[in-house]
Design a binder for this molecule. Structure first.
Ligand SMILES: [Ca+2]
Ligand SMILES: [Ca+2]
Ligand SMILES: [Ca+2]
Ligand SMILES: [Ca+2]
Length: 349
């Protein structure tokens, strides 16, 4: 019992931190299902069949503000206050390295070729059909995995048939051998009148662009999607479903993004990129104030050089000034297709 109370407290904390979302009325209720037209719990799994870097109008309003300016004095939000700087950053990286890549084309090739299989496994679903416009289920979980095609030899063209068996890449798991303990877990999701959504949590997204991986540790990540076709019971599995109009968004603190982006840009470009250039790009797109004013937990034994460019070193720790944006918003759009989740763990090299 203690554990579930603590989990609840953490979830409540996460929700409170983020003054955002769609104002939904579902409450985080842990193990108690609050659903209408409930049946026996089942699970259904999907693979990402499309993933695109969203435009500045696609994403979530993460800070609850609609920042607008026309004189260049701010970074304007997208439609309805949407925060998503990912396309802007990649555009600037492309210019800085003189590259000629198209991120969305690259991602589509990886997905269609079966090299980027991202699995979404929904558990504790009590509404059938899932996409019913009159049913709700406020206690659904989402586990995320890297998938591996179960075909031998591998065939990519059938991956989005709606019934394709897909294995789990062992790198997806926090505890080796335990598929119930993946690295990615959204504990607080719901199905509500044909929509699927998850409240903020952490999400690790690895975008493969031109065979180089950009690894994004997204904080306050949220998910929402429209259930297009409800998965239907076929033997012991729920198959042949799909979701569309999916959005996954959140933010990445600049202190984590700096090295990741620098490495990514250097691998992508002909020569390594100047760290100051990356720092500039990130500073130009910083639109989320995630770290409050005052001392941080980052020590600075070598002085301000150990801190982010706008911070000072005070009494041994980096100090964040007031009203300083320190994180970058981002979002991707996606579509999902049902798969047969084999529960088999494989090691891919
Ligand atoms: Ca906003
Ligand atoms: Ca449920
Ligand atoms: Ca296949
Ligand atoms: Ca700040």
């Amino acid at each position: 019992m203690k554990k579930s109370i603590r989990t609840l407290a953490v979830l409540a904390g996460l929700a409170a931190l983020c003054a955002c979302g769609d104002g939904g009325t579902t409450t985080p209720d842990g193990n108690t299902d609050a659903c209408t037209n409930c049946g026996a719990a089942y699970e259904a799994s999907f693979v990402v069949s499309k993933l695109q870097i969203g435009t500045t109008d696609q994403g979530f309003n993460l800070d609850g503000e609609d920042t607008q300016c026309t004189d260049g004095s701010c970074i304007p939000d997208g439609r309805n206050g949407v925060d998503n700087r990912l396309s802007g950053i990649l555009g600037d990286v492309k210019n800085a390295i003189g590259g000629d890549f198209d991120a969305n084309t690259s991602i589509a090739e990886q997905i269609d070729g079966g090299d980027m299989l991202v699995l979404f496994r929904l558990l504790d679903v009590n509404v059938d059909p899932m996409g019913s416009l009159t049913s709700t289920d406020s206690a659904v979980q989402l586990f995320g995995y890297i998938g591996a095609d179960a075909d031998d030899p591998k065939v990519a063209t059938d991956n989005f048939s709606g019934t394709e068996p897909i294995n789990i890449d062992s790198r997806s798991l926090k505890t080796a051998g335990n598929i119930e303990d993946p690295l990615i877990k959204f504990s607080n999701c719901s199905v509500n009148k044909g929509k699927f959504s998850c409240r903020p949590d952490k999400f690790q997204l690895d975008l493969v662009i031109e065979e180089k991986s950009l690894s994004l540790a997204i904080e306050q990540a949220q998910v929402q999607a429209t259930i297009d076709r409800s998965p239907t019971k076929t033997g012991n599995d729920y198959l042949s479903g799909s979701m569309k109009e999916g959005t996954l968004g959140g933010y990445v603190p600049i202190r984590y993004l700096q090295d990741t982006l620098e490495q990514f840009a250097s691998e992508l470009g002909e020569q390594s990129i100047d760290p100051a250039t990356i720092q500039n790009i990130l500073a130009n797109h910083a639109d989320i104030d995630a770290t409050p004013q005052g001392p941080t937990t980052v020590a600075c034994p070598n002085g301000a050089d150990d801190c982010l460019s706008w911070q000072t070193c005070r009494t041994g720790f980096c100090d964040e000034p007031a009203n300083q944006n320190d994180a970058i918003s981002l979002a991707v759009s996606f579509e999902l297709t049902s798969i047969l989740f084999t529960k088999n763990i494989v090691t891919v090299d």
